[in-house]
Design a protein around this ligand. Structure first.
Ligand code: FAD
Length: 418
């Protein structure tokens, strides 16, 4: 059993701002978003990894991220130091991957999002969606070829499933087509919203085989493949650090050797999504932790009517409700991690957690934004970014409605969609 120090010391500015109404000797408690001490379930080795990630996020990412977020830019300067954390392929065994339990993967996803959900999304798309597609659907040869350099972050990946005209309905039919000519596949179509696409090296592109109408996955090398182009999606209001691309595929030729050999229908795509959806549950829990901690600290420091706003009953009510959401989501995710580590995670279980945690996340960050008053809409105060980013997690990797329809199908036995 190991304990992670979830709380950081109360800043001197809090002490300095303490008004006469609060006894000078009284030390205010530091924000702690792990009320039920869930970090205690980590092993000592896992705890060391999570602590390392927390320290990295607080010292390297936190100081610069609001500026990058406001500028719609990705902090490439962080990549060399981030690689040293050796997190590539977390949760996957072999092939140079970081390995570890799903519980550890989850806690790391939560820690990343606790400081910045965009940075967490960059990692989730590369290590979870792109590497996960190869890990789950690739042949032995493909895994050996692609996973080691991706685990070392020498090649960065993205995952292209969503299209301009097909979002929630990807299981019902993609418009991007794949046509086989001898040992080459010819891809045509468009992909939208693809995280990391504007700058990464490898894209996993999902397309419909015109011969059997089944969805197949292809490994496309972005920078050297003729007919493959990417345009950055501009003017987003959430996850602004993530560079989302609109991909156009025009007679893109991909060798059969780069078709994911174990990906023969949408069921195989869905196996990847099950894992990453569950990770969005962790990430949206991390967002809530970050928002709660920043809000509580602000409420302890901010004076109105000569007192910290944290002393007002209605403010304490909202803070308690924020922490209840954080704690409920953490407990749910920890139990799901145990189920996943036992190899029993079902689509409906992952969907329930994704829907619940992202919905609670919106509620939590909105209360945080509210408690910061006007400063709640200014990125510099560390809550506005969470407030905006929660919106993207609510919709990506399958919307709230689609997750609930997956749950609905499992519990009623009746599918409401394809
Ligand atoms: C920031 C961001 C990053 C993303 N990154 C990626 C990525 O890396 N790779 C990738 O492939 N995709 C990515 N996506 C795409 C994401 O997965 C889709 O946006 C999502 O699946 C929803 O699709 P859509 O936006 O086309 O919405 P639509 O499918 O058009 O849905 C619009 C609305 O209709 C509702 N709706 C649709 N069908 C039903 C139904 N049958 N019953 C009830 N309600 C329904 C939806 O719930 C939603 O509220 C990303 C999206 C965002 C915003």
């Amino acid at each position: 059993m190991a304990t992670i120090e979830m709380a950081t010391a109360v800043s001197t500015s809090v002490a300095a701002a303490t008004p006469p109404a609060v006894k000078a000797s009284k030390q205010l408690p530091a924000p702690n978003s792990d009320l039920y001490q869930l970090a205690d379930i980590l092993t000592a080795e896992e705890s060391a990894v999570v602590k390392k990630v927390r320290a990295y996020m607080e010292t390297k990412v936190q100081p610069i991220i609001n500026k990058y977020w406001s500028d719609d830019a990705f902090p490439f300067e962080l990549l060399p130091s981030f690689k040293e954390l050796q997190l590539g392929g977390l949760g996957f065994e072999g092939y140079g991957c970081a390995g570890g339990s799903q519980k550890l993967f989850g806690f790391v996803a939560m820690e990343l999002a606790r400081v910045d959900a965009s940075f967490g999304t960059f990692f989730g798309v590369h290590s979870g969606l792109a590497m996960g597609s190869i890990y789950l659907d690739g042949s032995e040869e493909q895994k050996q070829h692609w996973l080691p350099p991706m685990a070392r972050f020498e090649k960065i990946g993205c995952f292209g499933l969503t299209e301009p005209l097909v979002g929630s309905g990807t299981g019902g039919g993609l418009l991007t087509t794949a046509r086989r000519e001898d040992d080459v596949w010819i891809l045509n179509g468009e992909k939208r919203w693809i995280g990391n696409a504007t700058w990464c090296d490898v894209s996993i592109i999902w397309a419909r085989d015109v011969a059997d109408n089944q969805v197949k996955g292809f490994i496309v090398e972005n920078k050297t493949t003729p007919g493959f182009s990417v345009e950055k999606i501009e003017h987003k209001i959430a996850l602004k650090v993530v560079q989302n691309g609109h991909i156009t595929l025009k007679d893109v030729r991909v060798p059969e050797a780069n078709r994911l050999q174990g990906g023969n229908s949408f069921r195989d795509t869905a196996r990847v999504l099950r894992m990453t959806r569950y990770m969005v549950g962790w990430a949206s829990t991390g967002i809530q932790m970050g928002a709660f901690e920043a809000t509580l600290k602000y409420a302890q420091e901010r004076l109105q009517f000569g007192k910290p706003i944290a002393s007002f009953q209605m403010v304490q009510d909202l803070l308690a409700k924020m922490l209840a959401n954080v704690t409920a989501c953490q407990c749910m995710m920890v139990r799901l991690a145990q189920i996943d580590d036992e190899g029993k995670l079902g689509d409906h279980q992952a969907a329930l957690a994704k829907a619940f945690c992202t919905a609670k996340s919106r509620e939590t960050v909105a209360w945080g934004r509210e408690l910061l008053g006007g400063n709640g809409i200014v990125a510099d105060y560390n809550v506005a970014r969470f407030f905006a980013d929660a919106e993207a997690l609510y919709s990506y990797e399958g919307t709230y409605q689609m997750q609930n329809l997956i749950v609905g199908k499992a519990i009623t036995g009746i599918g409401a969609f394809v």
